[in-house]
Design a protein around this ligand. Structure first.
Ligand code: ZN
Length: 290
């Protein structure tokens, strides 16, 4: 995409057909997610797709909160997670082992499962789990939607060293659009190439695919890499580890240090912090009060 499309999410709508669409480009946000890790190209490509997917899917939700896409498997990539919020912030990471050859989902993840968690800011979280099926992440997600949501959904991804781009088509809930209309826009979208996704602006992609359709393109939203880790959350984790365990860690290392896997933010607790935490439930370093 051109410069003005960097790190942006576009929504578009075929109002008469009852079909919505989105295009997302992750540029600096993709680089931010890669920067702390030395991912092999194959892993970075899967992560880029997952980051794009989580943004596309979270933008279809009607509530404020986050969407977490996770793949767990027994293959070379054992874990892949991407999380997005209603503000188009995104973070993600992957765990992998050894040299990884390019391949389909089964080659990369082995026997795996796909977990989608919807976490509204208010209210109960919802989790959907399906076995990981298909050749690619887009196929796995499409199969998830067929099984669980009954909303026709198609996804296309393209990733290179610089960026990750995703395209989504989804039928609107309770619209009852014509099957033939859905099939026509789906067929048109299917003609998109990786080079076009990576090289064209969102406007040009939509023109290239749907110039004979009536389609509304909305103002884009900015996408940003952002981690929601905090000292408070780390403290909540330490409280569950327990006092005795932390005291023995303090004796061994002099302090309790931890780094966020997503953003590498460093959290440091000395003996005084730990005692204060277990006395008052927080440390003086915590600036957040509710
Ligand atoms: Zn973090």
């Amino acid at each position: 995409m051109s410069d003005q499309n960097k790190d942006q999410l576009f929504r578009f709508l075929f109002k008469e057909l009852g079909v919505r669409g989105e295009i997302v480009s992750l540029d600096a946000s993709f680089q931010d997610a890669l920067t702390l890790h030395h991912y092999p190209t194959v892993v970075a490509e899967q992560l880029g797709q997952a980051l794009a997917a989580s943004l596309l899917l979270s933008a279809t939700l009607k509530f404020d909160g986050s969407l977490i896409l996770q793949i767990q498997g027994d293959g070379p990539i054992s874990m892949l997670v991407a999380q997005s919020s209603e503000l188009q912030t995104v973070r993600g990471l992957a765990h992998w082992d050894g040299d990884i050859e390019a391949g389909n989902l089964a080659t990369l993840f082995g026997n795996g499962r796909l977990v989608l968690t919807l976490k509204p800011t208010k209210g109960k979280a919802y989790q959907g789990i399906v076995s990981l099926e298909g050749e690619s992440l887009s196929e796995a997600l499409e199969s998830y939607f067929t099984q669980s949501e009954q909303l026709k959904t198609r996804l296309w991804f393209a990733v290179n060293n610089d960026k990750a781009v995703g395209l989504l088509l989804q039928e609107l809930p309770a619209h009852g659009g014509e099957q033939a209309d859905w099939e026509r826009v789906e067929m048109l979208a299917n003609t998109i190439t990786n080079n076009e996704l990576l090289g064209l602006t969102a406007e040009d992609i939509i023109h290239r695919l749907f110039h004979e359709e009536s389609v509304t393109l909305y103002e884009p939203q900015t996408v940003q890499f952002k981690c929601d880790c905090s000292r408070e959350k780390v403290e909540a984790g330490l409280l569950t580890v327990g006092h005795a365990e932390l005291v023995s860690l303090l004796e061994e290392k002099g302090a309790v240090d931890t780094n966020c896997d997503f953003c590498n933010q460093h959290y440091h607790f000395d003996a005084v912090d730990i005692e204060q935490l277990f006395t008052t439930g927080k440390t003086s370093g915590s600036a957040v009060h509710h």
